[in-house]
Design a protein around this ligand. Structure first.
Ligand SMILES: [Zn+2]
Length: 228
């Protein structure tokens, strides 16, 4: 039973990988390059994390997704939305607006379907591992348990060998994902969770804010100083 992890190089997918490895093995880490503004840093982070865990790593380029995406996550001429810490739970307000501004058309659906091609070729009962979280499922519906259930139903038609997708982090908030990451000693120094691609993380984008809040909640002040 092969394991294929969708590894963006960010917090959620790295902790999902580590949680899955507690009781299982992994054979392949896939990272998608769709021209996202953080692609250079994300690809390097994913490579480092795959090496850390001794998992074969493959980058899949999807240039057409960049052409079809007009949001700030890909389009460098648009400013990334700024979300203050106190707005992260404002699911009808700024958090929803931020999600809208970084939306990529059918991203997770596409990624899972591409990864299922690899998994189907790796034998019976292959598993896709993805890093969803319940905090963002409210504003990113393709992070939700319902979406994963629907994808699994699709795979019963679209793949042979009973490919399934699981997300060991989907029951957790970001704070809880950080907690699990600390417990499992994931290499936080290799993670890139920022929407930007500077020499250091921006500390201001929604993804940075959620990671920082999770670290504060877990009293990981040394890591905050190191990463931000
Ligand atoms: Zn950032």
């Amino acid at each position: 039973m092969a394991g294929v992890v969708l590894l963006s190089g960010g917090l959620d997918s790295t902790v999902a990988l580590a949680l899955y490895l507690e009781k299982n093995s992994l054979d392949l880490a896939l990272t998608f390059d769709y021209g996202q503004r953080a692609s250079r840093n994300e690809l390097a982070a994913a490579q480092s994390i795959a090496e850390f865990y001794d998992i074969r790593h493959q980058i899949v380029s999807i240039p057409f997704l960049q052409e079809q995406t007009h949001s700030a996550l890909v389009n460098r001429s648009k400013a990334l939305p700024r979300v203050e810490g106190h707005e992260l739970d404002d699911l009808q307000g700024q958090a929803l607006e931020s999600a809208r501004q970084v939306w990529v058309p059918n991203r997770n659906g596409l990624f899972l379907n591409i990864a299922a091609v690899f998994a189907e070729n790796m034998g019976e009962g292959s598993v896709l591992i993805t890093g969803f979280n319940n905090e963002e499922a409210a504003t990113f519906p393709d992070n939700s348990q319902e979406f994963m259930d629907a994808m699994n139903r699709c795979f019963t038609f679209s793949t042979q060998n009973n490919v399934i997708v699981v997300s060991p982090t989907s029951i957790y908030s970001k704070k809880e994902i950080v907690r699990e990451g600390l417990r499992l000693h994931v290499p936080f120094e290799h993670i890139w969770s920022c929407y930007e691609s500077g020499d250091r993380v921006c500390g201001q984008c929604e993804s940075c804010q959620r990671l920082k809040r999770g670290l504060v909640y877990n009293d990981a002040h040394g890591l905050i100083r190191e990463l931000f």
